[in-house]
Design a binder for this molecule. Structure first.
Ligand code: GRG
Ligand code: ZN
Length: 313
């Protein structure tokens, strides 16, 4: 088994951040803010955040803010709660939350809560437990959770819990590892993890490990490096990481590296992208791989950044 090609991955991320005119960035233009979060958090986990010009990035982030207070995926696009969280997270990485008009941003997020406690993603109204997580995580970082009805938000999440112990995107929706991360992390942040049946959910989650050592997101599906984040962070939050083979998962992630040009793919021999590069490195962080900083499983930010936000360290 090879080792983590950290330097190669840093070079790959820096190249993607700079490219503005190729095919990949044209396709991803509208979600550049997410790309920035994935890439920059990976750099930070590898101890290389200082390789980018933070002022240039912060200036661009502020240009993505809409008059409603929400952030768009890129300059001139429509605001969405997803990009708003990414903007908050990137500013947190740079210790620059102070550039935000906190009242304006938190009012935008809080305004997306519905009567039943759920959250919409934007003015078009799609409801999903992803947006519950995003609202709770973002408002918690901004220390504005008091702007929403937390009890109703938690009750809505609980209404999306299934008999297999997992969670779906809306009540009755099939359990999926991505939604489980969102619901468990939102419950962790709001101090409501006692609503989770840890043994039942832990059993469902550890069954996601397949022969190759990789994790899938639902029964009968192919393994994919991004579930090293969605599944493993959930197992970490409910103290059941020891129910999977760490060694086999490390091997699977390392096998998905492009050791020549950098980057990590969803599964061995596929094309790399910045999304899977982040989730591979973040997964290795949860597996305590040497040379990778610790990541917080609920906030999806380096632990030192979370400590700085809440304990001023
Ligand atoms: C800050 C980490 C962080 C997240 C922000 C966007 C978001 C909140 C959470 C997304 C959670 C989610 C639903 C992840 C799943 C993404 C994914 C790989 C979906 C693919 O699902 P399928 O069913 O593919 O198309 P499978 O793997 O089942 O074949
Ligand atoms: Zn994936």
């Amino acid at each position: 088994m090879g080792e983590l090609a950290a330097d190669k991955h840093v070079k790959y991320i820096l190249a993607v951040e700079k490219r503005k005119d190729n095919f990949e960035s044209a396709v991803l233009e509208h979600l550049r803010m997410n790309g920035a979060y994935w890439g920059l958090t990976t750099l930070d986990l590898l101890g290389k955040l200082d390789a980018v010009d933070s002022n240039e990035i912060i200036e661009w982030i502020l240009k993505c803010q809409h008059e409603s207070g929400g952030f768009a995926g890129n300059v001139g696009h429509d605001p969405h709660i997803l990009y708003t969280l990414s903007a908050i997270q990137v500013l947190a990485l740079f210790d620059k939350l102070n550039v935000l008009d906190v009242d304006k941003v938190s009012t935008y997020i809080a305004g997306l809560q519905n009567e039943d406690g759920s959250f919409s993603g934007d003015i078009w109204g799609e409801v999903d437990t992803r947006f519950s997580y995003i609202a709770i995580c973002g408002l918690s970082i901004l220390k504005c959770l008091d702007k929403i009805n937390v009890e109703r938000a938690v009750n809505y999440i609980i209404s999306c819990r299934n008999v297999d112990g997992g969670f779906g995107c809306t009540p009755g929706g099939e359990s999926h590892a991505g939604q489980i991360f969102c619901c468990v992390a939102a419950l962790a942040i709001t101090g409501a993890l006692h609503y989770v049946d840890k043994d039942l959910l832990g059993w469902w989650l550890c069954e996601r490990q397949v022969k190759s050592g990789g994790l899938n997101g639902r029964p009968e599906k192919l393994p994919d490096v991004c579930y090293s984040w969605w599944v493993l962070s959930s197992l970490t939050m409910i103290d059941r990481v020891h129910w999977i083979s760490k060694e086999k998962l490390i091997k699977f992630i390392l096998n998905c590296q492009d050791t020549e040009n950098g980057g990590i793919s969803d599964r061995p021999d596929d094309a790399v992208d910045i999304f899977h590069t982040y989730f591979g490195v973040a997964g290795l962080s949860l597996l305590e791989y040497p040379g990778v900083k610790a990541v917080d499983p609920a906030y999806a930010l380096p632990v030192d950044v979370v400590d700085r936000i809440f304990f001023g360290k």
